[in-house]
Design a protein around this ligand. Structure first.
Ligand code: PCA
Length: 322
């Protein structure tokens, strides 16, 4: 009897061992489940789960279901969530280094975005490291364009328009164009469009598809203005608590996810722009006048911003423009 009892305890202990070594991370994100960023995050999570043999499970919570987009960075920093996805420009109040890829008409192609991203990265890593946060990977949104209910031939046509902004810079741009900006996060845009609270916005074709803009708006101006990035950040203490093999797998999968994410971003640019047209939106390049107006605003914003910028930010912009 005693031998049997001993055996049972041994068997229980054996069964329990794998469970003890299991780690589960929550990964809040701010964007739609079908968005390419979210799909890339899901693939990353799946691959980490498989490669670690289930030792690390990452549960992705898209659509701001766990935390609102502007709260995700803090949630990761404080360890409420172990990992999360953050739109860099949402952190503009923390450090202007996060604003660079949101400056209108600075980096407008994937090649330029990559150059800027590489220059920004060491600074961002340092800023985050000082807060106990680690950058795992970052992926750009497709180029930003202008959606509107009415035709826009020059910024004069934007005057007084109720405009949805997602950042300090998109607010400022709208303001300089004479529109009335309101900051609304991605998860609430579909609602704001449906109720007529907004009649124009600047975002990517991908987000236009996520928001089903064709249900309320008529035009998409393929402006290719800039490409803001999302970054995936992890709480450093949570990362350090993993065993060495698991840490290695997370880093390798992060590098892979960054590459895959950039490739998806390029691919969905064309796919989603076509989807906008297929759903009845008038897809056009901005008129020469509108293009000129918007670029003039971009130049003014960049000049003003650089005038007040610190040495690090200036160094990055100078190296980018060289
Ligand atoms: N989509 C996000 C930010 C940039 C983009 O393309 C949004 O609409 O909030």
């Amino acid at each position: 009897m005693r031998a049997l009892k001993g055996l049972t305890i041994a068997a229980l202990a054996f069964c329990a061992t794998p469970a003890i070594a299991q780690t589960v991370w929550d990964m809040p994100t701010g964007y739609a489940p079908s968005n390419f960023h979210t799909l890339n995050d899901m693939e990353f999570a799946k691959r980490v789960g498989e490669a670690t043999g289930g030792k690390l499970t990452i549960n992705v919570h898209p659509g701001a279901s766990l935390y609102k987009a502007p709260e995700i960075k803090r949630a990761v920093q404080t360890g409420q969530a172990q990992i999360g996805e953050v739109l860099m420009v949402l952190l503009s109040n923390e450090n202007p280094m996060y604003e660079i890829d949101g400056m209108p008409f600075l980096a407008t192609s994937y090649e330029q975005a990559k150059k800027l991203s590489d220059l920004q990265r060491p600074y961002i890593e340092k800023i985050l490291a000082d807060q106990g946060v680690m950058l795992l990977f970052s992926v750009p949104w497709p180029p930003q364009g202008l959606f509107s209910k009415n035709a826009i031939n020059s910024i004069a046509d934007m005057k007084g328009e109720a405009h949805r902004a997602y950042s300090k810079q998109t607010s400022r741009l709208a303001e300089l164009a004479g529109a009335r900006p309101t900051v609304i996060q991605a998860a609430e845009v579909t609602q704001a469009l449906a109720t007529g609270k907004i009649t124009s916005l600047i975002t990517s074709a991908q987000s236009g598809v996520d928001y089903k803009v064709w249900e309320s708006l008529g035009y998409y101006y393929d402006m290719r203005g800039w490409m803001p990035k999302n970054m995936i950040v992890v709480n450093k203490a949570a990362f350090d608590a993993l065993d060495a093999d698991t840490r290695k797998i997370v880093l390798a999968e992060a590098a892979r996810a960054e590459e895959a994410g950039w490739a998806s971003s390029r691919r969905v640019t064309d796919e989603t722009t076509k989807a906008l047209a297929d759903n009845g939106l008038k897809v056009e390049v901005p008129s020469a006048q509108l293009d000129k107006d918007l670029r003039a605003i971009g130049k003014q914003m960049l000049d003003e911003w650089l005038a007040g910028a610190d040495d690090d930010v200036r160094a990055v912009v100078a190296a980018f423009q060289k």
